[in-house]
Every structure is written in structure tokens, then in C-alpha cells.
Write a protein that binds this ligand. Structure first.
Ligand code: ZN
Length: 329
């Protein structure tokens, strides 16, 4: 299959207004789509990205006010990294201190400085001050100058504790319940089926890349025994989506996943892209999504995210859905 890198990443949150404030005002992303979870229209689906929410820039959330807090850890997409220009480190360090945002001291990872930042639900984010070229345009922001702004995703880190017993858990066991995790099985899926190749390795971290590579393409496999077991809930990742150019490329991916018995879903129309879903061998939910049609399919680029967008089948129920959703401010 021909994957182009990361498409979007979806996470769980509790309070939607707190989530909106953090991603737009603190991180300086654009609120590109206010929609609902198509499988649960009583829950928002909020999307943050660059100016148009280009594939590879959109972090999305299902905020549920009563959701208990989870814990990022093994068996999950543990950390979500954004690409930021290398010379923006001081700007972000000062900004995070000034705004009293929970974060860790900078660390060197491969050739880049990395700041780990926690969102209000404890979601583990990373700002990777990359020395690599990243020409993707950032979202214009009143709070973050363009020279220092997030360019889009850098990588997703999947944490999988190394096990002495190399027996893959059942594919339907779910990320948090599997007794033993087998990183080799995930690496085999990435490299033999999904077209990823090893890019770098240091300590407990192996970095894989695909297509032309660079920020936005990377998947890191972390086998650090110091990381705790993940618990699903607010502040954890729900799934990681990878890009394909079009329906034809998605069809090829679907066939290849079917051929290896990956338990892949049928194609589902998500309005802004078409999606297929499958669990990798350690239970992390993966999605493959098309680049088209994108977030401007139902509202102009100038006003993205300003009104509640519903898929056509839910449009007749707009009044009830709007009345049931929590207020966003
Ligand atoms: Zn998705």
C-alpha cells in the first residue's frame, strides 16, 4: 500500500470548552471543524489543525464532560508530536511557563530538542523543534507568531512494553487489556504491510518513516519499561489515521489488510474523508483515510469551524442535536 504519512489523530477529552481554549489559544491551532461523533451524535467531534486542516495537521477530539481520566502508557498511541521550527524553543519554553502549562524540561531526541506538554486532560503532547525542513504553512494565530508556530504533526509514538513471551495478544483484546505486548508484531505490520521503514534507533525508541519521510510521516515504537500501562479515558489517544491519496489507494490498502487477516472495516464515509479501520496486533486502533475531500466540503475556508457541521443523514435532527450538546465557549 502507498501511505503518505499521518492523516489525523483522534483523542478523548472531558470538558469541550477547556479543550477548545487549550488548542486554539495556547497551541495556536485553528478550530477547523465543529461536528459530532457520527457514531454518537450527543458528543462533539472537534478538529484543530492548520488554516485548512490539511491532512497531517488535524488533531481531533471526542469531548465527554463525564469521562473519567485515563493514563497514557503501553498499549496505546502514547504521545502525539507536533513539528515546530528549531529556533522556536525559547519562545515555547517562556510561553508555557507564562501560561502555567504543565510540561517537562527539554530533552534531545535524535537531532531535535523536544518539549513534552500535557493538555488539560493529561494528554501527552510533544513539541519537536526539528532541524529538518518543514515547509507546511502554519495556521495564522493571534497568540503565536507564524515563525514559531506548529506546522502539523511530527510523529505518533506507540508505547509497547517489550515482552519475554513473543505471543501476540488477540487482535480484539483492546489496548489496555492485553496481558502481553509484542512490539515485533507491530513493527512487522508497519514494515511488511504498511510500507514503513526504519529511519533511526536509539535506546528504547525506534523511528519508522514512509513515502518521502520528514515531519508528519514518523511513527516511533517505544519499548521503555519505565512507561506505565495505558488506561483508556480522557487524555488518551483513541486512534491514529494514516493518509492515502485517493479512493484507489485506499482500496489497495483494504485488499492488503484483508489478505493478512487484519480485521479491517468496510469503507466508511466520514464526510471530510473516507476511512477504513483495523487494530494493529497490540490493539491500537489504526485508520486509513483519504486526503479528499477535506474540511472545505461543507463550509468555506474563511468560516471553518464557526457553525455545527452535520453529515447529511443527521441534518434533519439538527435542532435536537444542538439542544443536547454542551455549550462551547
Ligand atoms: Zn479518525
Amino acid at each position: 500500500m502507498q501511505l503518505l504519512g499521518l492523516h489525523h489523530i483522534t483523542a478523548m477529552a472531558a470538558d469541550p470548552s477547556r479543550n477548545l481554549a487549550f488548542y486554539t489559544r495556547v497551541l495556536g491551532l485553528r478550530f477547523v471543524k465543529k461536528s459530532v461523533n457520527q457514531d454518537d451524535p450527543g458528543t462533539y467531534h472537534l478538529y484543530y489543525g492548520n488554516h485548512v486542516g490539511s491532512p497531517g495537521t488535524a488533531l481531533t477530539f471526542f469531548p465527554q464532560p463525564s469521562l473519567r481520566r485515563g493514563r497514557p502508557g503501553h498499549g496505546q498511541a502514547y504521545a502525539t508530536a507536533f513539528s515546530v521550527p528549531a529556533d522556536a524553543l525559547t519562545f515555547w519554553q517562556e510561553r508555557l511557563v507564562r501560561l502555567k502549562i504543565d510540561h517537562l524540561a527539554a530533552e534531545l531526541r535524535f537531532n531535535d530538542q523536544v518539549l513534552t506538554v500535557f493538555d488539560p486532560d493529561g494528554l501527552r503532547l510533544e513539541l519537536v523543534f526539528t532541524v529538518e525542513t518543514d515547509s507546511r504553512p502554519p495556521a495564522p494565530s493571534a497568540d503565536v507568531p507564524a515563525a514559531h508556530a506548529i506546522r502539523g504533526f511530527h510523529s505518533s509514538t506507540i508505547a509497547l512494553a517489550a515482552s519475554k513471551h513473543l505471543v501476540a495478544p488477540k487482535a480484539d483484546a483492546g489496548g489496555s487489556d492485553a496481558a502481553q505486548l509484542n512490539p515485533a508484531a507491530t513493527v512487522a505490520l508497519l514494515t511488511a504491510t504498511m510500507g514503513y521503514r526504519l529511519a533511526a534507533q536509539a535506546g528504547h525508541r525506534s523511528r519508522y518513516t514512509v513515502a518521502t519521510g520528514g515531519p508528519g510521516a514518523y511513527v516511533d515504537i517505544l519499548t521503555d519499561p519505565g512507561v506505565p500501562r495505558g488506561l483508556d479515558g480522557a487524555g488518551t489517544i483513541h486512534h491514529v489515521a494514516f493518509r492515502v491519496a485517493d479512493d484507489a489507494a485506499q482500496c489497495v490498502a483494504h485488499t492488503e489488510l484483508t489478505n493478512i487477516g487484519a480485521g479491517v472495516s468496510p469503507v466508511i464515509d466520514r464526510a471530510y474523508f473516507k476511512s477504513i479501520y483495523y487494530r494493529e496486533p497490540n490493539g491500537v486502533l489504526f485508520e486509513i483515510a483519504t486526503d479528499q475531500p477535506g474540511f472545505t466540503v461543507d463550509e468555506p475556508v474563511e468560516t471553518l469551524g464557526t457553525r455545527l457541521s452535520l453529515p447529511p443523514r443527521l441534518e434533519p435532527h439538527r435542532a435536537e442535536i444542538e439542544a443536547a450538546l454542551p455549550k462551547l465557549d
